[in-house]
Design a protein around this ligand. Structure first.
Ligand code: ZN
Ligand code: ZN
Length: 372
């Protein structure tokens, strides 16, 4: 493989791109400390492509990782570290053994790449890789256990990048990972055509779930949340809005369904009371997908007898295995649309401001996207 300034490649859709030796990266240097620094541009290894990152969305887990709340999981494994896992960009160089991609391809990334060898990976359940967090086995969790996309270039396994159509913008393509999380949860429990789906949490995942549920033929959608985000759900087309600060979500769902309950509930909020409210709000024989991170120690009053007697299915859902191509097609068809979800865009240099905007939900921030 070429080195340094000689690493120019010819993009099929444009002029050859000179790959510099160094790039700008936003480094997490300590708890809640970020710094823009010049670092070497990585090389694409076996089965990898070097990508020019064009857009990277800030995820709800990023501020938690920055605050040091996930050190126990090895997120990040060390300082300094490059966060960022919801990205899109352009292939600028292919590594050895890569035939499916070429320089110039527009792509979206996903965060997980399994070891490919353990029993779960072999079955396709690579977000449940049994070698999680062991890079020496080939496992990667970009932006969590290995460097991510808050930088100008990174090398990614071709298993973790998917081509995107020309008409999907880089900014909206940075939602492919997030939308995939919603899609996977929905695929695990299904949607009853013509039925009632309730969604807790009108954040980026919940708003994508709303679009997908509508696209899959849900008869009625109920969004549970509050504030500006609830209004975004209305603009996207939720049939009913429930403000949990004003009314009891489970009771309201029961009222709206004639006392029957929702067919499916997608719990995307991670709220302490939301899992129990979901059980109270779902119909007998109904299904619940849990997509959040929960503060387990604070959760109580979980009505398990009701789960047993009502034959309620509760399904955990982790990330987005094997869904990116389907999700990209939904974006192409307009069933998924980033318009109401991406509210802010910043250059990489303004990371601090972007981060604060996202964390503080300033100016109605929902999804904040960086453009390195
Ligand atoms: Zn994420
Ligand atoms: Zn594995």
């Amino acid at each position: 493989m070429g080195q340094g300034l000689g690493r120019g490649t010819r993009g099929k859709k444009g002029a050859p791109m000179q790959i510099p030796e160094r790039m700008k990266a936003c480094l997490l240097t300590a708890v809640n400390q970020f710094e823009i620094r010049e670092v070497p541009v990585p090389q694409a290894g076996l089965g990898e492509v070097l990508c020019r990152v064009r857009a990277v969305a800030i995820c709800g887990t990023d501020p938690e990782i920055a605050a040091g709340r996930h050190r126990g999981k090895g997120w990040p494994p060390r300082y300094p570290f490059i966060l960022g896992h919801e990205w899109s960009g352009e292939v600028v160089q292919v590594g050895p053994g890569v035939t499916e991609f070429q320089a110039g391809d527009r792509v979206a990334g996903e965060a997980h790449k399994g070891c490919g060898i353990c029993r779960n990976c072999v079955k396709g359940d690579y977000t449940l890789c049994l070698n999680y967090g062991k890079p020496e086995t080939g496992h990667r969790h970009y932006g969590f256990t290995v460097p991510g996309a808050n930088c100008e270039f990174n090398a990614f396994s071709i298993k973790a990048v998917k081509k995107i159509p020309d008409r999907l913008s880089y900014v909206h393509a940075s939602l492919v990972d997030t939308a995939g999380v919603a899609f996977h949860g929905i695929r695990l429990i299904g949607i009853t055509p013509g039925g009632t789906v309730a969604i807790f949490g009108p954040g980026p995942i919940g708003l994508c779930a709303l679009q997908i549920a509508r696209g899959m033929g849900a008869g009625r959608t109920i969004m549970v949340g509050r504030g500006r985000r609830l209004r975004a759900a209305q603009e996207i087309g939720a049939d009913f809005l429930v403000d949990f600060e004003i009314e009891d979500p489970a009771q309201k769902i029961m009222d709206l369904t004639g006392g029957r309950g929702a067919d499916e509930i997608l719990e995307c909020s991670g709220g302490t009371d939301a899992p129990a409210q979901s059980i109270h709000g779902v119909r007998k024989g109904g299904k619940i997908a849990l997509l959040g991170f929960y503060e387990d120690a604070k959760i109580s009053g979980f009505p398990l007898t009701q789960v047993a007697l009502g034959e309620i299915l509760i399904r955990g859902s982790r990330a987005n295995p094997n869904v990116s191509e389907d999700v990209i097609r939904l974006f192409e068809k307009g069933i998924l649309n980033g318009e109401k979800i991406v509210t802010h865009r910043f250059p990489l240099e303004k990371y601090e401001e972007a981060f604060q905007t996202f964390k503080g939900r300033k100016d109605g921030a929902i999804k904040v996207v960086l453009e390195p």
